[in-house]
Design a protein around this ligand. Sequence first.
Ligand code: GLV
Ligand code: MN
Ligand code: MN
Length: 416
Amino acid sequence: MTKINIERLMKNIESLGTIGENAQGGIDRALGSEADVLARRWLMEYWKERFHRETKVDAIANMWLHVENGEDRKAIVLGSHHDSVPNGGKYDGALGVLMATEVVETILEQNIKLKHPLTIVSFTGEEPNPYGISTLGSKALAGRIRKDQIRNYFHRDTLENLADGIQRLGGDIEMWEKIPGKEEIGSYLECHIEQGKRLEAMDLPVACVSVITGIYREQITVTGEANHAGTTMMECRKDALLGACEVALAVEAVLLELQDKDIVGTVGYIKNMPNEANIIPDQTTMILDVRISNEEKKLEMQHQINERVKAIEAKRGVRVHRSVILNQPAQPMSEVVIRAVSQGIRQTGLQPEQLISMAGHDASNVAAMADSGMIFVRSIDGKSHCKEEYSTPEDIEACANAMLRAVQILDEEMAE
Ligand code: GLV
Ligand code: MN
Ligand code: MN
């Protein structure tokens, strides 16, 4: 049975994992950062040196490597993203890109003949980032963002326009129509760490993803009145930060009342103004992130939050402005890819369990244009979006071998 080269894959994970490494041992590789630029360079150089095939950076700066096989068919695309959250780990995203690279390298080395061309992709800006838009590269691919919307985004610290940031990364939004489309992409398969504890609980190294959770995000700005922290009586205050705290707690209460283990919510970003010890805050902005797949419950959640926010405004004399910045429904994975992944897992002697992904992924966007699916690797202790993120080489090897098989099965099963 053909096997991937785990030593090579682990060496690549370690090499790419040094790019953006910070003093705490985490990775800072946000969209547009210097580390993003360096990771792109690393990947392109590796692809060019190892594959001697066409590489491409598209209009939104997604990176592609294409392996033609002389057949006039749509490609099987494998990949993920190379950016990271602040102080993140070296597996989220990077593992998927490097595993795709390893699977394709093995297929070429072993001279495995496929009916479909193979393509590797590393998507631009999957994670939330200072420009305020996540899964950017796959949204552009799937037509979920238009060229004319790109200029509306600015880096929150440097104020760089997103279009200029994309240019720095080798993209060019004026070439939008050259982003690969439906006519080129037949199917998409993404490997990712699970980022939860369910595989550990099941004592399994890998699983096939059935559905990717819906994600709902709001930017919430609470406006009060700045005043002197010493001279303003407690009953005279319109404290924006305290209003924001009440809103965050109210959201938590609403989510708990929905009593559904597949609904979770977080306020992970907060900016307080003017943020000084002796001034009552007059403006606090936060981002709410809710993972919710049930549309009825989402409506109920919105209704409940509206009611509670009105009460908080009245009680504290603050104004709350909310804007929905992401409202992505749950995305089932394609049956044909689920079958191929499950069979691939079975052929390596493992039990093919299915899991719902509670994290968002590029596959959720790609599914809007092509048959898409995912394979998960067990995360040790369920840790992710932190430097403790880890998966063992043994589990990674099991996943890569299952993925190698899944690609060959998919090649047989794809309609076009
Ligand atoms: C992606 O990393 C997410 O936030 O789920
Ligand atoms: Mn992530
Ligand atoms: Mn990821």
